[in-house]
Design a protein around this ligand. Structure first.
Ligand code: GLA
Length: 382
């Protein structure tokens, strides 16, 4: 049964429209968004879909084909700190829309079907938030711009779900453009779409198939550590965020920050920001070896200085290098999830086999290597 048929069977009415939103990977610039830096993500061809119909009452009636569970709640009774399980992401959107003065006149039936694995670091949650905002805007003619969708989705994460996440994921998905990556200045919320044409080379996604653990607590811990580092540096430097510091200041930074751990967190942020600039330069020149080198350096920094990688991610990244990748790194928040690798297109089959073999031998787990397209953001598909 396809999504439309399942919709009709479950809700007893025909769906009126179908929408989709993609997943994302981040090419480089990890853990920089909440430090006011530049990041470089892109939307990829793994989708979450929603079938919808309007209701005559004010219920938001939702069902997930993935979890095979549903929830109902009155639009006007959605509360903060409620436990709607996975549907928190949906009710959070309606809560935030209301808080921000948007009037939703009636309820909806919404059925969700996602091929973006949960907790894989490919932003299944931001995809769901952007999707619900996009479809609500379309169904009720709210005319939300993609920028507004991005900001409202982040509000849901920060204010409703309690994760201190930056704006990267919501932006990467909402502003996704086919065959382009998004150079996003997270401080000023300015962006540029950069063509991602690598000739004989391509990015692939490496799935560890280890669900991320402790992600929200460890993530919030990193945000707090960066805040501490920033406070110390502000005693000497006139800066609003860590990404304003340059790599040339690192020896001075070391003197100012006596706490070893905080120093290493700050060093990651400052050096990663430099790598984003260098990566964009290399991308424009199609300098494949430099791209690879920067990916590897980024991974090392996330592993040693920022400590957000983990043995499974490290193993799959190393296996991909052994299998001939030009460069490889974890992508997203870390603590399990996915990595990316830059490889030669025609080596894909061999590369995949070698990576999966080494990864399985070393961890006993079955990973996955996916060839993905770089795609547009959310859309109505029917
Ligand atoms: C998660 C967050 C993003 C970003 C990345 C790390 O995906 O949602 O805001 O901080 O981690 O770069």
């Amino acid at each position: 049964m396809n999504l439309q048929e399942s919709f009709q069977k479950y809700f007893g009415v025909k769906c009126e429209a179908l929408y989709q939103a993609p997943a994302r990977i981040n090419l480089i610039g990890e853990h920089l968004d909440y430090n006011g830096g530049l990041v470089l993500p892109c939307a990829i061809s793994l989708y979450i879909k929603a079938a919808v119909s309007l209701r005559n009452d004010s219920l938001i009636n939702v069902y997930s084909l993935n979890t095979k569970t549903g929830q109902k709640e009155d639009l006007f009774r959605i509360k903060k700190d409620s436990n709607y399980g996975w549907a928190n992401y949906i009710y959070g959107v309606f809560f935030v829309l209301k808080e921000n003065g948007y009037q939703i006149p009636k309820g909806m039936n919404i059925m969700i079907d996602s091929e973006i694995p949960l907790g894989s670091g490919l932003s299944s949650s931001a995809a769901l938030l952007d999707l619900i905002l996009y479809l609500t805007s379309d169904m009720f003619s709210l005319n939300l711009s993609l920028e507004t969708i991005t900001k409202l989705a982040q509000k849901v994460e920060n204010e409703y779900l309690g994760l201190k996440s930056g704006i990267m994921d919501e932006a990467a998905i909402a502003l996704g453009k086919k065959d382009h990556c998004l150079l996003l200045d997270c401080h000023q919320f300015k962006y540029e779409q950069i063509p991602l044409s690598l000739g004989d080379y391509t990015f692939v996604v490496l799935k560890t198939n280890v669900p991320r653990s402790l992600v929200s607590s460890k993530y919030n811990e990193r945000v707090d550590e960066c805040q501490k580092g920033l406070k110390i540096l502000q005693s000497k430097y006139q800066i609003n965020n860590l990404c304003e510091m340059s790599v040339d200041s690192l020896s001075d930074v070391k003197e100012l920050i006596s706490d070893e751990i905080i120093y290493r967190r700050v060093r990651h942020v400052i050096s990663e920001q430099r790598r984003v600039y260098d990566f964009v330069d290399a991308l424009k020149k199609k300098d494949i070896p430099s791209l690879g080198k920067l990916l590897n350096e980024s991974h090392q920094s996330l592993k040693d200085d920022y400590e957000v990688s983990g043995s499974y991610l490290d193993t799959i990244v190393l296996a991909s290098i052994h299998a001939g990748a030009i460069g490889s790194r974890m992508t997203g928040a870390g603590f399990g999830g996915c990595a990316i690798a830059l490889i030669k297109k025609d080596a894909f089959i061999n590369f995949r086999e070698k990576v999966l073999d080494e990864y399985h031998k070393k961890t006993g787990l079955h990973g996955e290597v996916l060839m993905v397209d770089i795609v547009d953001g959310p859309s109505r598909i029917k």
